[in-house]
Write a protein that binds this ligand. Structure first.
Ligand SMILES: [Zn+2]
Length: 319
């Protein structure tokens, strides 16, 4: 199975869409499992434009119930219905999402032809999703209403068996799982080969933290420590730090300070106020505190755990 772990940027504007930016929406692709983070007005148009498989989205996470983060959901569900979806859809959201969607369908006298299972988000560090490869938990945000980020952690990979050891000892396939989990190799004559002689360290686990709308807080620093990629809202430039505080949002500099204090490997800024046409100043401001910063550019895809995302110029980022 391919080892894909990336994030597609469908929208990066705060509150009001602009002529070039939709509001916050991202699609995480983990080994062809498509996960939608927030769902702006027109998210389905962006899914089409970016050739992302709309019907393969089985899990939708809504950070909070400000319209710029969820207003596209009724439309997306309607389109899924018209396209003949039968598979269950999982929606993870704070209290009220279910009522909003169900009222919509009650009034329009339409029941989607598939089940929607709602998962109530109600606290920080709540485990929302888990499979053999990843887990997704909430990150508590500080906002005008309950607001949550999402931390996607890849589970530790098994040890890798050295190719030459497989050949040398003719390791039978049934024993490989045991060796990958750390057990020693027992040869037919009774001799034991220590695990460390025949294995290499596992491929490092990767992680993505999506920090949606929040005022400046250091409460989640420990939780997001050393993630491969931190998406953090940066609604304003720092000359508007007072406005940011009043509206419980952050500046580019504050997002960079969070990244620096949490020792993340890379920072991606987004949720830019519609008052800004030019985004290069966000990158410059953040880089003054945290060099390894990129902008959430609509239509782009960022690989998680790949260092080469780093070296793009302001021009490249804002084109
Ligand atoms: Zn908000």
């Amino acid at each position: 199975m391919s080892n894909i772990f990336n994030v597609h940027i469908l929208g990066s504007s705060a509150a009001i869409p602009t002529s070039t930016r939709y509001t916050t929406t991202q699609v995480v692709n983990y080994r062809s499992k498509y996960i939608l983070l927030d769902c702006c007005e027109g998210a389905q148009i962006q899914l089409r434009r970016m050739h992302l498989p709309l019907l393969k989205i089985d899990h939708i996470f809504i950070s909070h119930l400000h319209g710029d983060h969820y207003l596209g959901l009724p439309g997306l569900i309607f389109t899924m219905h018209l396209l003949g979806r039968k598979k269950k859809l999982h929606v993870y959201a704070p209290h009220g999402m279910r009522e909003i969607i169900e009222l919509q369908y009650k009034i329009s006298r339409l029941e989607p032809g598939f089940n929607i299972q709602y998962h109530l988000i109600h606290e920080a560090r709540q485990l929302l999703y888990e499979d053999s490869f990843i887990s997704i938990e909430t990150i508590g945000m500080k906002h005008g209403l309950p607001s949550f980020g999402f931390l996607i952690n890849e589970k530790p990979a098994p040890l890798n068996i050295r190719k030459e050891s497989i050949e040398q000892y003719q390791i039978p396939v049934p024993q490989m799982q045991d060796i990958k989990s750390g057990k020693d190799l027992r040869l037919p004559g009774g001799k034991v080969v220590p695990n460390e002689e025949i294995t290499l360290p596992p491929t490092p686990s990767r992680s993505y933290a999506f920090c949606s709308d929040t005022g400046y807080t250091e409460e989640y620093l420990e939780q997001i420590a050393e993630v491969n990629l931190l998406y953090h809202e940066a609604t304003f430039l720092h000359d508007k730090v007072d406005v940011a505080a009043e509206k419980t949002h952050c500046t580019a500099l504050q997002a960079a300070q969070i990244a620096q204090k949490a020792s993340v490997k890379q920072l991606m800024l987004g949720h830019f106020s519609a008052r800004y046409d030019e985004l290069a100043p966000f990158l410059d401001e953040a880089k003054s505190a945290f060099e390894n910063t990129i902008l959430a550019v609509e239509g782009s895809m960022v690989e998680i755990g790949i260092e080469s995302n780093v070296y793009k110029t302001s021009e490249e980022q804002t084109q």
